[in-house]
Design a protein around this ligand. Structure first.
Ligand code: ASP
Length: 460
């Protein structure tokens, strides 16, 4: 796309062209709601096509709806200097080869503080231009697959990503890094855990909570930790690599099916749920915290299973849920429902008939728990037993989002509900475990040093 219209498309692009306006132009815009003067900022490729974004002299950015614009006049030009040069990556035959797939998210964007613009096309290539340490770790090649914030990732993207990873592995790559928005990174990690099996090399998802030019950004360090893991660790699993403690002491590697984003803004947002993390990464060293992980083995053949049934839903139970919610899913042709129930796996009696109807119509219904830690134990109370009699299957200690992804993946492969059950309840990559360590949440996840620090403030 032309620099002068950077990020603009559809109606917004037409409006710029009509009035001969351009990005970085200091512009007077007449609208039906008044006249505004400011600098037209570039937009992200993920943004809508109905607004022109203007940085006002006050420093505020506003979005002007194109339908309200009656005239535009350029009175000056003030281009922000935001480009990070793509650096030629120094390679050497001694270093392992790592492929970085870009999907989007904060890790692929940065802010320009002079203009306040969110700079979009921050390609993985530019990213490693900005993090020269990467060259000490591996020979890095990048491929941008998508440029989306992660709420826009879905089955289509999962399949494309799984296939691309499979190809890179078959091509002999030593490790994979996937740059991804953090919000749904755990969904994608689960999808890859099921879709890419038997990998001989590590597959490491990484993101950042703060964009790469903020002083507190976690982007560079996360990338360094993730590439270190992909290049040098012997953990050939799908992993999420992000800050362990809130400080930048070390990163944690979480198993792709046991991880969840748990804080909306902390850099240490990811936590392994129901288990211990797999390893820490600190100053170029990966230290396993357990030994039951799948080891790197070059002679192993990767299997790519890119299946997904989109008509699957995840229902978060709340008191007074009405049966019509479930009825409408069934009527709309949904083939699978994961319920995140209360406690050991409960819903109110009012929805029982709807669940029974769903089962009669051949919809697969599985129960997970909102508590996240622990198992759906439906034998304990009558209500749990009643639900099981209606055909609801407890999904052990699979996390609700993971069960959602797995059910989509299972129903994408077969209509046979017995086979689906077999797939659902046979662990592929740690999504069901035999027991949960009682102290997993506190230990080894960055909790303890922070608690100590906190306590010290009382014992001065
Ligand atoms: N909303 C962003 C995303 O998930 C947040 C991030 O990248 O951390 O894509």
């Amino acid at each position: 796309m032309l620099e002068m219209f950077k990020g603009y498309k559809g109606a917004a692009l037409e409006t710029l062209q009509k009035y001969k306006a351009r990005v970085w132009g200091e512009t007077v815009i007449d609208t039906t709601r008044g006249t505004f003067t400011g600098i037209i900022l570039p937009r992200s490729e993920n943004d809508d096509d109905r607004h022109i974004v203007l940085k006002l002299e006050t420093g505020y950015n506003i979005g002007i709806t194109v339908g309200t614009i009656t005239g535009m006049r350029e009175i000056g030009y003030r281009k922000a200097n935001y480009k990070i040069p793509e650096k030629e990556f120094p390679t050497s035959p001694e270093k392992p080869n790592v492929r970085l797939f870009g999907t989007g998210g904060t890790i692929a964007s940065r802010l320009d503080y002079r203009t306040g613009a969110v700079i979009p096309a921050f390609s993985p290539g530019e990213l490693y231009g900005a993090v020269p340490e990467l060259a000490d770790i591996c020979n890095l090649t990048t491929e941008k697959l998508f440029g989306v914030f992660s709420e826009n990732m879905g089955p289509k993207e999962y399949k494309t990503l799984a296939k691309a990873i499979g190809e890179a592995i078959r091509g002999g790559i030593d490790g994979i890094v996937v740059g991804h928005g953090t919000d749904t990174m755990h969904h994608t990690a689960a999808a890859l855990s099921f879709m890419v099996q038997n990998s001989p090399v590590p597959i490491v998802l990484v993101g950042s909570q703060r964009s790469s030019d903020r002083p507190s950004s976690d982007a560079a360090l996360n990338l360094i930790h993730a590439t270190t893991t992909a290049a040098h660790s012997d953990i050939a699993e799908v992993l999420v690599c992000m800050f362990g403690p809130t400080s930048d002491e070390y990163a944690l590697l979480h198993r792709g099916t046991r991880v969840r984003k748990m804080h909306s803004s902390y850099r240490s947002t990811f936590r392994t749920i129901g288990d211990f993390p797999v390893a820490t990464v600190q100053k170029g060293v990966v230290t396993p915290l357990r030994n039951d992980y799948r080891k790197r083995r070059i002679d192993r053949e990767v299997t790519v299973l890119p299946y997904f049934e989109e008509k699957v839903s995840l229902l978060y139970y709340y008191p007074n849920m009405m049966p019509d919610i479930i009825d409408s899913l069934v009527d709309k042709g949904y083939r699978g429902i994961i319920i995140a129930g209360t406690g050991l796996g409960h819903v109110n009696k009012a929805v029982y008939p709807a669940i029974e109807r769903a089962r009669r119509k051949g919809v697969a219904v599985y129960m997970t728990v909102q508590t996240l830690w622990g198992y759906a134990h439906m034998f304990v109370y009558d209500t749990g037993r009643d639900l099981m009699n209606l055909g609801v299957i407890p999904a052990e200690n699979m996390l609700p989002e993971v069960a959602y992804i797995k059910l989509g993946w299972a129903l994408g492969q077969t209509d046979d509900l017995d086979r689906v059950k077999e797939i659902m309840l046979t662990p592929v990559s740690g999504e069901i475990t035999r027991r949960e360590p009682y102290n997993g949440y506190l230990i080894l996840q960055g909790g303890v040093p922070e608690v100590e620090h906190f306590l010290k403030t009382f014992h001065k």
